[in-house]
Design a protein around this ligand. Structure first.
Ligand SMILES: NC(=O)c1ccc[n+]([C@@H]2O[C@H](COP(=O)([O-])OP(=O)(O)OC[C@H]3O[C@@H](n4cnc5c(N)ncnc54)[C@H](OP(=O)(O)O)[C@@H]3O)[C@@H](O)[C@H]2O)c1
Length: 271
């Protein structure tokens, strides 16, 4: 039995589908109800309240863990008590490149490394799917707005993160590894808007936001330190944040999926 937290999310949802299709028994954990494949058990719980996770962990072998709540040690102790021996953590590249800003995933990493469980840590950069923030303005007036229009980053397909997680959860050989997960090449926001236009067969205008405009928009759904950290990554990335990682290819034996591939699969959101 594999327990997947964040089952309503872009990575967790895809991971549940992959594991179920591979014939694994899966328990999907989320606070909201999740659309699930046949045979997958749902357990409603909040990672901020680890006591509520015990029933999900009972008799399970492996855990896909998301960074949420403030008690990673209590979550991991409950997992071990339930019989779980292996954990795969969805962290963030920022935990390695900017630990002073990304203290939350860094604390989860530390707890996982010290847990005594067999662990693998996944550190993705920004997701291709963050472009869904453009879905409404592209549908309404074929415009995508973002700051730092000419700064390139190798964003990653959440489906690739899910595939790497599925391998690390099901197969040996990944214990004690920390994988940096990126896409196949660095693209600018302007490039990504153009790729959505190509998928639509229509021109998408790119409107460069000022840093202040972007900060105002991001502050509506992110805490202040994360807004600053995200703006720093988007505007002045470190060489490590701009680099394409070989880890997806090493684990999956194929190149990561491109942004154009993601845009083609998700074009309906922009029509
Ligand atoms: N987006 C990026 O660029 C990026 C980059 C690096 C790392 N990450 C990390 O990747 C993860 C997924 O990000 P995403 O953008 O793909 O988000 P997402 O699709 O919205 O998924 C978030 C998931 O987290 C679950 N969740 C949140 N708080 C929870 C809690 N207290 N208890 C239980 N479940 C909780 C949500 O489930 P319910 O609301 O249904 O409970 C949902 O399934 C996040 O941890 C994020 O930090 C994202």
């Amino acid at each position: 039995m594999i327990v997947v937290t964040g089952a309503t999310g872009k990575v967790g949802g895809e991971l549940v589908r992959l594991l179920a299709a591979a014939g694994e028994q899966v328990t999907a954990v989320s606070r909201r109800p999740a659309p699930l494949p046949d045979g997958v058990r749902h357990h409603a719980a909040d990672l901020g309240e680890p006591a509520g996770l015990k029933a999900a962990f009972d008799g399970a072998d492996a855990l896909f863990l998301l960074v949420a709540g403030q008690e990673p040690q209590a979550i991991l102790e409950a997992a071990e008590a339930g019989g779980i021996g292996r954990v795969v953590l969805l962290s963030s590249q920022g935990a390695g490149t900017r630990p002073e800003v990304y203290g939350h995933p860094a604390a989860f990493e530390e707890a996982v490394r010290g847990s005594g469980l067999e662990w693998t840590i996944l550190r993705p950069g920004g997701f291709h799917s963050n472009a869904l923030a453009w879905a409404e303005p592209i549908r309404a007036h074929r415009t995508a707005a973002a700051p730092f229009g000419d700064v390139a980053l190798p964003t990653v397909d959440p489906a690739d993160i899910a595939e790497v997680a599925a391998v690390a959860l099901r197969e040996g050989g990944h214990a004690g590894r920390t994988y940096t997960i990126t896409g196949p090449r660095a693209l600018t926001p302007r490039d990504r808007a153009a790729a959505i236009g190509a998928a639509l067969g229509a021109e998408v205008r790119f409107a460069e936001q000022t840093r202040e405009e972007a900060r105002g928009q991001m502050s509506r759904f992110m805490p202040e330190p994360i807004v600053e950290g995200t703006l720093a990554i988007l505007g002045t990335p470190t060489p490590a944040e701009q680099q394409v990682s070989p880890d997806v290819t090493r684990v999956l034996g194929r190149a990561p999926r491109s942004f154009a591939d993601w845009a083609a699969r998700n074009v309906a959101a922009f029509r």
